[in-house]
Write a protein that binds this ligand. Structure first.
Ligand code: CA
Length: 364
């Protein structure tokens, strides 16, 4: 009755129908409903950047929704182990997940294109493909099979090739080397003669110190410094050929997504896209500060030799072309879309980003 009177009063005051409708919606029972959601992540709780970014995102969502969408964020292992995030959200045990699509390559090989493939796209290029180049529509079509709705949710930018306990002067030095390097990068490393070891972040430091592995990649100066990797190896190699701009994902259970009113969907999507950009900004600023600190502590910075990079690149392109499956038309469309975009943007960035970076000097 009060609502009727309010709407009536607004009409009487000359308020247009659209405004009256909006006010009626604001007072509807659906709008008053509070959603208490959980988000499981593939990151150790509060890991700088990767882990803190979803926490900030959850806080913003609660503020923007005026407390109607509350999200509690869990680190890896708190509810489920990191590698079970996809299944858990897919089944609807929890509503949200934060991680990286290439972790699910055993189940969905073509999903790797939505994080990173070796010698692939930079962060800026990934954003272009996903948000304005058709990539996100394909990602959503793919994840619909698993009752999931993906949103880009972060990016570390170009990573580092990693830490080595000896100098790498040619491809010969890769032979027999035991390196922690996951995913397709690891397959490339093995095909080039090395031994790829997969292990969680928590095991890397000790494994390097005890000589279980000779080398490791992790992220970049910001995260590597906090993990103390400079205390385990002297040589720090670049560039991160294996991950040039990995996009992280926010995954929403499709039934949970559909249960949200349109405004909360928009808030969730926008907050996730804001986190996507904000994380890249955080890594860009922090990597820069952390690299200086590492150099002050005596770390030896080295580029990977050209022959090593040439062989890695050749193997990478071959393995990437084998990802789409002949009996899955969608996987071929994803590969074609990615590859066409990649070729075009490489050409464009030769005369824009690269040309500019080459001429601006070394900052002195
Ligand atoms: Ca990495």
């Amino acid at each position: 009755m009060r609502l009727f009177l309010l709407v009536f009063a607004l009409f009487a005051a000359g308020c247009d129908t659209e405004t009256a409708k909006n006010i009626a919606e604001v007072t509807s029972p659906e709008i008053k409903k509070i959603y208490n959601w959980k988000m499981v992540t593939t990151w150790p709780k509060n890991l700088p950047g990767l882990g803190t970014s979803p926490e900030r995102m959850a806080k913003k969502i609660e503020q923007m929704s005026n407390g109607r969408l509350k999200i509690k964020v869990y680190g890896a292992g708190e509810i489920v182990p990191a590698m079970e995030v996809f299944e858990t959200v897919s089944q609807g045990t929890v509503q949200l997940g934060h991680g990286a699509s290439y972790y699910w390559k055993g189940k969905v090989p073509v999903a790797q294109f939505f994080t990173a493939v070796p010698f692939g796209l930079t962060a800026q290029e990934m954003n272009g493909w996903l948000l304005h180049g058709g990539g996100l529509e394909l990602w959503r079509e793919l994840y619909d099979r698993y009752n999931l709705f993906p949103i880009p949710g972060g990016n570390t930018g170009v990573q580092m090739a990693g830490w080595f306990n000896k100098e790498i002067t040619s491809l010969e030095d890769i032979k027999g080397l035991k390196m922690r390097i996951p995913g397709l990068g690891g397959e490339v490393f093995e095909a080039a003669g090395g031994t790829a070891v997969r292990m969680a972040a928590s095991e890397i430091f000790t494994s390097m110190q005890t000589g279980v592995i000779d080398a490791t990649e992790w992220v970049g100066p910001y995260n590597d410094l906090s993990l103390g990797l400079h205390k385990t190896a002297k040589y720090y190699y670049y560039p991160g050929w294996q991950e040039a701009g990995p996009t992280l994902e926010v995954i929403v259970n499709k039934d949970a997504w559909n249960s949200l009113p349109a405004d909360l969907q928009a808030i969730l999507e926008t907050a996730s896209l804001a986190a996507n950009t904000d994380m890249l900004a955080e890594y860009t600023a922090r990597n820069n500060f952390s690299l200086r600190e590492l150099l002050d502590q005596g770390v030896e910075l080295r580029p990977l030799p050209q022959d090593v990079l040439d062989v890695f690149r050749e193997i990478s392109y071959k393995l990437i072309s084998e990802i789409p499956s002949a009996d899955d038309e969608l996987s071929q469309r994803i590969y074609e879309s990615y590859n066409e975009y990649r070729k075009g943007v490489i050409g464009y960035h030769q005369i824009s980003e690269r040309a500019f970076i080459n001429v601006r000097g070394d900052g002195e």
